[in-house]
Design a protein. Structure first.
Length: 249
């Protein structure tokens, strides 16, 4: 990661923050936290040396171009894009409202699509890596995650399309997806709080993981570091599952 310039969405907390801190530890030249909550992103940047913060609503196409152009103007290049921003409401096909569904798709799918398009534009001159955060919910169904399932399944196949396009054009851009199970993040905690019995819901979710616990953000970040680094030069269009064995059975 030495000297690499990386842009991470949803970088203020959770997996995004853990990834940013790991990038710095591995020698990245600059790490930019892009988040809709610019106050939280700035706080993270202050607390973790070597980070920058920029405001970004990933569902805003024009905002993506402005942020990426700003990175290029300040640093002269972009080497790594991590599309980590996302939302995860619990709702089944009967209870998920149209507004909720559209918001999930706007953030989780449109945001990744816009990010990949802006990222390819910035990276194709010299190559690099795009890492998209999907989920085990992009591989298997869940009874109360209708919109989330749809969005993360879309991210999985969008990733493969981007990877094939870049490979055939000879851009030197690799694009891969990461599929975690339940991770101890603020987003997950907020989702649990909306459940009727959060403690019971947490216990039930943990019981579904063969290793018997939730993942930590650092564990997901370690995989993202590998996919962003020079050690994964021959890896593209692949899906990396980090789920404690959840999808093995």
């Amino acid at each position: 990661m030495d000297g690499k310039v990386a842009l991470i969405t949803g970088g203020a907390s959770g997996i995004g923050r853990a990834t940013a801190e790991r990038f710095i530890a591995e020698g990245a030249g600059a790490v930019i936290l892009a988040d809709i909550d610019i106050g939280a992103a700035r706080k993270t940047a202050v607390e973790s040396h070597g980070l920058e913060a920029v405001a970004l609503d990933v569902a805003d196409d024009a905002a993506w171009d402005a942020v990426v152009d700003g990175v290029l103007a300040r640093h002269g290049k972009l080497d790594v894009l991590v599309n980590s921003a996302g939302i995860a409401p619990f709702a089944d096909i009967e209870t998920c409202t149209t507004a909720e569904y559209r918001r999930v798709m706007a953030v989780n799918v449109d945001g990744v699509f816009f990010g990949c398009r802006a990222g390819v534009r910035a990276l194709k001159a010299h190559g690099g890596s795009i890492v998209n955060l999907s989920s085990v919910s992009g591989l298997i169904g869940g009874v109360n995650t209708a919109a989330y399932n749809a969005s993360k399944g879309a991210v999985r196949l969008l990733t493969k399309s981007v990877a094939l396009h870049c490979a055939r054009r000879g851009y030197g851009i690799r694009c891969n997806s990461v599929h975690p199970t339940f991770v101890e993040t603020p987003m997950f905690e907020r989702a649990l709080e909306r459940m009727r019995d959060p403690a019971r819901a947490r216990a039930k979710l943990i019981a579904s993981v063969p290793l018997g616990r939730m993942a930590q953000p650092r564990e997901i970040a370690d995989m993202i570091v590998y996919l962003s680094s020079d050690e994964s030069q021959f890896v593209t269009g692949a899906e990396f599952v980090i789920d404690g064995g959840m999808t093995a059975g």
